[in-house]
Design a protein. Structure first.
Length: 283
C-alpha cells in the first residue's frame, strides 16, 4: 500500500487503470499536471487486449479492478483505457455516485476544430470504434469533417512487448497507413484512440508526412481530473508523489517516488515493471 501522508481524503491516492501498459501514457500526463498526488496504477496485462473482448467481459474486468482499487482507499478513479471507458464508465459512475470518476475519449474535437473540412484518421481498437460512445462523438462533428476509423489492435501488442521502434513496427505502420496517405491532402490529422498508442508517436512521426499532426486524449483527461479534484476540494498540492504499480502478469507490486521531475523506484532491472518505468520516463 502507498504510504499515507495523513488521514484526510486529500492525501488518499488516485486509482488509474488500463488493460495493460497503455494507461501509463495517461499517468505520465497526470504526474506532469499533478506532481504532488499519490497514485495506484493497475495494469491488466494478463487480460490484454480489451479491444477484442465482449462488452460484458470488459465491464466485468472494469468492475473487478474498480472494487479492488476502492479497497485500497482511492479518492478518485481514472479509467485510462478508451475501451473500458466506452464499455463501463457510465455503469461505474452509476454504481459509485460519490466517487470522482474520469475517463478518456479520442481527441476528435481539437483535431477537427483545428483542421476543418479534412479527414481525421482515428486509430483505435475495434471495440472502441464500434461502441455507441465513439459513434456519438463522431456524429457530433460530422458537419465539420470526415471521421475515418482505422482499427489497429496489433499496435497494442507492440507496446505490451516493448517494441516501440522496430523495422517490424515501421513496416506495419506503413502498410496500415499507405491507403490513406496516398490520398494527397485529404488527411488533416491523426487521432490516437487508444492509450497505448502515444508510446508509438515517434514511430508514427517517421511514417506520417511532417504536416500531419498527431492528437491524443491523455492531457485532456489529466486536466479534467484536476478540475474534478479541485471542485471536490481533494487536490493535493504539496509533497512528493508516491506511486504504487500493479500488473496482473506480475506477482509483486513495486513503488516509486516522484519529486521535482525525478523518479526513485524499486523496479526490477528487467520485466514488465522495468518496461513500465521506461514508458513513464519516455525513454
Amino acid at each position: 500500500m502507498i504510504e499515507q501522508v495523513g488521514g484526510e481524503f486529500v492525501h488518499d491516492p488516485i486509482g488509474v487503470f488500463d488493460s495493460g501498459l497503455g494507461g501509463l501514457s495517461v499517468l505520465r500526463e497526470l504526474l506532469n499536471l499533478m506532481p504532488n498526488e499519490h497514485y495506484i496504477y493497475y495494469g491488466d496485462s494478463l487480460h490484454a487486449p480489451y479491444g477484442t473482448k465482449s462488452l460484458q467481459e470488459v465491464r466485468d474486468r472494469s468492475f473487478a479492478i474498480t472494487e479492488y482499487l476502492l479497497e485500497r482507499k482511492i479518492k478518485a478513479l481514472v479509467v485510462a483505457c478508451n475501451t473500458a471507458t466506452s464499455a463501463a464508465i457510465a455503469q461505474i459512475r452509476e454504481r459509485y455516485p460519490e466517487l470522482v470518476v474520469v475517463g478518456i475519449e479520442p481527441a476528435i474535437k481539437p483535431a477537427i476544430t483545428e483542421h476543418p473540412d479534412r479527414d481525421i484518421l482515428v486509430l483505435a481498437t475495434p471495440f472502441t470504434l464500434r461502441e455507441e460512445k465513439f459513434k456519438t462523438l463522431s456524429e457530433r462533428f460530422a458537419d465539420s469533417g470526415r471521421i475515418v476509423s482505422l482499427p489497429s489492435i496489433e499496435l497494442v501488442e507492440f507496446v505490451e512487448r516493448g517494441d516501440l521502434d522496430s523495422p517490424e513496427l515501421h513496416d506495419y505502420l506503413q502498410e496500415k497507413l499507405a491507403p490513406y496517405l496516398s490520398q494527397t491532402g485529404r488527411i488533416g490529422a491523426v487521432v490516437l484512440g487508444c492509450t497505448h498508442f502515444p508510446f508509438l508517436r515517434r514511430a508514427l512521426e517517421r511514417v506520417l508526412p511532417a504536416e500531419i499532426p498527431i492528437y491524443d486524449g491523455g492531457a485532456g483527461t489529466a486536466r479534467q481530473t484536476r478540475r474534478c479534484l479541485e471542485h471536490a476540494d481533494l487536490l493535493r498540492t504539496v509533497g512528493a508523489s508516491h506511486i504504487c504499480m500493479i500488473n496482473t502478469k506480475e506477482r509483486e507490486e513495486f513503488r516509486a517516488i516522484y519529486m521535482d521531475g525525478t523518479f526513485v523506484s524499486d523496479a526490477p532491472a528487467q520485466g514488465l515493471y522495468a518496461l513500465s518505468m521506461k514508458l513513464l520516463l519516455n525513454e
